[in-house]
Each structure stands twice: as structure tokens, then as C-alpha cells.
Design a protein. Structure first.
Length: 292
């Protein structure tokens, strides 16, 4: 069985930056409590490691010690939460991905120019929540695809000026689908494709790799949006695709899953550490050696 690891799999630049800033903070502030309101990145193993090093994941700001340090996670932070943390007196270390900040700036430009906002993304995702925080219901809607857009109750189709932006880890196909639907009814559509370059690269490579393989394995956190999108793309080109979090899940698949597989492709989300990817690839190669 041949094992092919996709190019551009694993940590993106923004995730590497968030991890580096968090590690530096944990090393520098050993005498002060350090908090985060949620996952620094969408990877269980990385967050567990941070927890062991002293990072406290606590969403209730009233529980924070005013002598402490607060780490803004890579997905960004709603302004009301940032203000509450500042009023509490904590020092803030901001690991927000610069690409996420760029999307917020685009959104603010659109609002200032009188545009209704359509965010191509997942409702409730930390990044999306950060983007739309403070907006009124009649100013925006969030949808992952045209079906969700159609079912939206915000009256988007009554607006003549609409600005389209995207969650940075959204699927390009879904963005294009929403764009096409908006173009059917909107007379003044301003489009900002704010899917980050790393996401586009990973998705593009997978579209080329999946058709060449008898199976695809996508490695990454179960709550990672960009990892889930990679799986959906894989399934379009290769139905025998699966999303696993680590090598333990791979070992549980059983021999039947690998039956008649000559070539298996491996890709990974932008929050997946190299050591987890390497362990999956190594296991697959060892499995191939023992069954050949």
C-alpha cells in the first residue's frame, strides 16, 4: 500500500504564531495566573499540553485574578469580552491570526459604506462570533451555503447593497455558491474573498490528490472547521474518506477498512501538529509492510 502525504498539511502560519506566543507567555509569566476563554487552536492535544503548563481555560471572566494574564486565542475576541478583561486589570497577549483581523476590517468598511453583511461561515464558530459581535440582527446573516442563506430569517434578499465576506477557513466551493446566489438578486454586491491563503492551498492540493487515491485520511481536531471542510472535499472525489483525530483512531478502523486499498492519501487541518501527522503516516507505512 502506497502512502502519500499531501503538501501543505498541518500547521499554518497563524497557528504557529499563536502557539509560539502562548508558549512564550507561559514561560515568561510563571508567577502569575494565565487564562484563556477557550481553545487557543482547535486541537485537543495542543490545548491539553498548554493546560499542563499552567494555562487555565475559563470562560467566566469574574473568576479571573486581576494580577493575571489573558491570552486571546487565534480566532479573535469579541470587543465586549476584551473590554471586560481590560476593566478587570489583566494584561492581554493577543494571538489573533492577522488574517482574521483583516476580515474584521473588511466588515467594518462594508458597514461604514452602508452594506448589509453576509458572512460565509458557520454560526457560532469562535471566529464568526468575533466578527459579528456588536452587529444588529438586521445588519448581517451567517450561512455556510446557499441553502442556509435561503432559510435565513434576516431578510437578506430585501437589500440592494450586500457585502460578502468569509470565515477564513471556509470552503471555496461554498463561498462561490453563496456568491452566485447573491448575484442573482443583488444589484450592488461587494465581494471580499477572505478565505486565507493557507486554507485555499490545502483545499486545492486535496482536490488533486484525492482522485489519485483509493482512500483518504484527514487528520485533525473534531471541532476544527478547516479540517471538516477538507473531509467534505475528499468525499466529493473519494467516497472512501475518513476524519480521524490521531493514530489511536486509525488503529481502531480494522482490516476491513483497508481492504483493496493500493494507495492511501493523508492530509491534515491547519491546527494539526506535525508529530500527530507523522505518527499516522508511520503507522500506515508499517501496516503496509506487515500486510504486503
Amino acid at each position: 500500500m502506497k502512502v502519500i502525504l499531501s503538501d501543505h498539511a498541518g500547521f499554518c502560519w497563524g497557528v504557529k504564531r499563536a502557539i509560539r506566543l502562548t508558549e512564550e507567555s507561559l514561560d515568561a509569566y510563571t508567577d502569575r495566573p494565565i487564562y484563556a476563554s477557550g481553545d487557543i487552536i482547535h486541537n485537543r492535544q495542543v490545548n491539553e499540553l498548554f493546560s499542563k503548563k499552567g494555562l487555565m481555560f475559563e470562560s467566566d471572566i469574574t473568576q479571573y485574578d486581576s494580577r493575571g494574564v489573558f491570552i486571546v486565542r487565534s480566532h479573535g475576541l469579541a470587543q465586549n469580552t476584551r473590554t471586560a478583561v481590560q476593566e478587570k486589570g489583566l494584561e492581554i497577549i493577543d494571538t489573533t491570526c492577522p488574517f482574521v483581523d483583516r476580515v474584521r476590517k473588511r466588515l467594518e468598511e462594508l458597514l461604514q459604506d452602508g452594506y448589509y453583511i453576509v458572512v460565509c461561515g458557520k454560526k457560532g464558530h469562535p471566529e464568526v462570533s468575533h466578527l459579528v459581535e456588536g452587529l444588529k440582527d438586521d445588519q448581517y446573516t451567517v450561512a455556510r451555503n446557499s441553502a442556509e442563506l435561503e432559510s435565513s430569517l434576516t431578510g437578506w434578499n430585501t437589500h440592494t447593497k450586500i457585502g460578502l465576506i468569509s470565515q477564513t477557513t471556509q470552503s471555496q466551493e461554498m463561498f462561490d455558491e453563496i456568491q452566485e446566489r447573491l448575484q442573482e438578486t443583488c444589484t450592488d454586491l461587494r465581494i471580499y474573498n477572505t478565505i486565507c491563503h493557507a486554507t485555499i492551498e490545502r483545499q486545492s492540493v486535496v482536490r488533486e490528490l484525492a482522485p489519485q487515491c483509493d482512500a483518504m485520511i484527514v487528520v485533525g481536531g473534531k471541532n476544527s472547521s478547516n479540517t471538516k471542510n477538507l473531509l467534505q472535499i475528499c468525499l466529493e472525489y473519494q467516497p472512501h474518506s475518513i476524519h480521524i483525530e490521531d493514530v489511536d483512531e486509525l488503529q481502531q478502523l480494522g482490516e476491513e477498512w483497508f481492504k483493496n486499498i493500493n494507495t492511501v492519501g493523508v492530509t491534515a487541518g491547519a491546527s494539526t501538529p506535525d508529530n500527530i501527522i507523522d505518527s499516522v503516516v508511520t503507522w500506515l507505512k508499517n501496516y503496509s509492510d506487515t500486510t504486503s
